[in-house]
Design a protein around this ligand. Structure first.
Ligand code: CTP
Length: 398
């Protein structure tokens, strides 16, 4: 961690006292630490303590006289290798989710394009509130790393989930991310989202997919220093990392054509897209009118992109596919792994609660070429992505 630049945001919550230990942990590890505190945070911790521990000036106000420049929030966002908000109150979580920038901390975080860790801390009822949970889900979609609060005695004297994760837990999680620039110089090709096969200018056939799993994989690879090309079907998701080269496509054929030029140079290929297996034989050039009769469509198979790319697989390439199954999950996934000639398959089962295409969470099973099976329990898709990449790069090549 030596020499890394850590930006810490402190909000107004009793857990702010623990953030002082977090600052010490980073400083002891040889990091440079700068802190932005909200006005309310200063009811819990003093500027003098923060400045002494961080060995840097504390930032609180946006337009302080005497500062080096009035665009300090941009300079801080550019300076940091990563940022952590601890404790993150319901307020900052809501601001981040909605792009509100009304103080030094929220403005700086909006200008940040580096990894951002959020350690919520609040009363259990607040934490479980539908609005807070919705906002946290949005932050997951922005590829922020949520460090879940722990269960225990809360400041309001009740037991519950809402205690900020311990400083050492936060430190270890961030440390893992920092140490893992293990893929510098590597190239990755990742696909995500659904393909839409047009029937006419208005309708299409497609699979249900938000794209979040593929985007989380792409962000994880980029955070590790990989040069990533992300080919995505229709999705509302945005990419955070500036090092991701994003190509938007609609149909399976467009996805195939977009992948081909990058496939042979890629060290790792991850096919997380939900590619339609069939496409209409013809596309009407006008909107088809409703008739009071049976209607049938002629469908032709699409090209299996994964299988096509795997045919030309080189010895040093790692290819990962996904399998979404509803029954005979393990058998079907293993069959896909071997018939498509890939190195790993990541199995999602629609039977698992909280897993699949419309959740911010997932639960998967990773199977390697030798049929070794590793289960990853229910977690955020960002954490699942990190686990998958960890498994892939720790598995000896056979
Ligand atoms: N895939 C692909 N091209 C297709 C269909 C699927 O590249 N035309 C990829 C998916 O991105 C995924 C893997 O193949 O990584 C498995 O996809 P899945 O839909 O689970 O399996 P299929 O091979 O389509 O088989 P089935 O639909 O019969 O389960």
């Amino acid at each position: 961690m030596l020499g890394k630049r850590i930006l810490i945001g402190i909000c107004g919550g009793i857990a702010a006292y623990k953030t002082l230990t977090l600052i010490r942990l980073f400083r002891k590890a040889g990091c440079e630490v700068k802190v932005i505190a909200t006005r309310n945070a200063l009811s819990f911790v003093t500027p003098l303590t923060i400045e002494t521990l961080s060995n840097n000036k504390l930032y609180v106000d946006m337009f302080e006289c005497g500062t080096e420049r009035t665009t300090e929030h941009i300079a801080l966002a550019q300076w940091a290798d990563m940022a952590i908000v601890a404790p993150a109150t319901a307020n900052i979580i809501a601001k981040l989710a909605n792009g509100i920038a009304d103080d030094a901390l929220s403005t700086t975080l909006l200008a940040l394009s580096k990894p951002l860790f959020i350690a919520p801390a609040m009363n259990e009822n607040m934490y479980e509130h539908i609005a807070v949970q919705r906002n946290l889900k949005l932050l997951e979609e922005y590829h922020y790393h949520i460090i879940s609060p722990e269960k225990g005695m809360l400041a309001c004297n009740v037991e519950g989930k809402g205690r900020m994760a311990e400083p050492k837990t936060i430190f270890d999680r961030v440390g893992k991310q920092l140490q893992q620039k293990i893929l510098v110089g590597k190239k990755a090709l990742v696909t995500a989202g659904p393909t839409c096969e047009p029937i006419d200018p208005v309708r299409f056939i497609g699979n249900r997919s938000s794209g979040l799993m593929g985007f989380s994989i792409a962000e994880t690879l980029a955070d590790k220093g990989c040069d990533v090309t992300l080919v995505t079907g229709a999705t509302y998701l945005k990419t955070r990392s500036q090092s991701i080269h994003r190509i938007d496509v609609n149909t399976a054929d467009e996805m195939l054509q977009a992948c081909l030029p990058y496939a042979d140079k890629a060290d790792i290929i991850v096919m997380a897209a939900a590619v339609a297996d069939y496409t209409p034989e013809t596309k009407a050039d006008h909107k088809l009118k409703k008739k009071d009769a049976l209607f049938s469509l002629n469908l032709k198979p699409t090209t299996d992109i994964l299988k096509t790319l795997a045919k030309n697989k080189t010895d040093n390439q790692i290819i990962i596919g996904f399998a979404l199954e509803t029954d005979n999950e393990l058998t079907n996934a293993k069959q896909k792994l071997h018939t498509k000639n890939i190195d790993f398959i990541v199995l999602n089962s629609l039977k698992d609660k909280g897993a699949g295409f419309e959740c911010a969470t997932n639960k998967v099973t990773v199977i390697d070429k030798n049929d070794n099976v590793i289960e990853i329990p229910l977690k955020s898709k960002q954490e699942i992505a990190e686990n998958i990449i960890q498994i892939v790069f720790n598995t000896p090549k056979s």
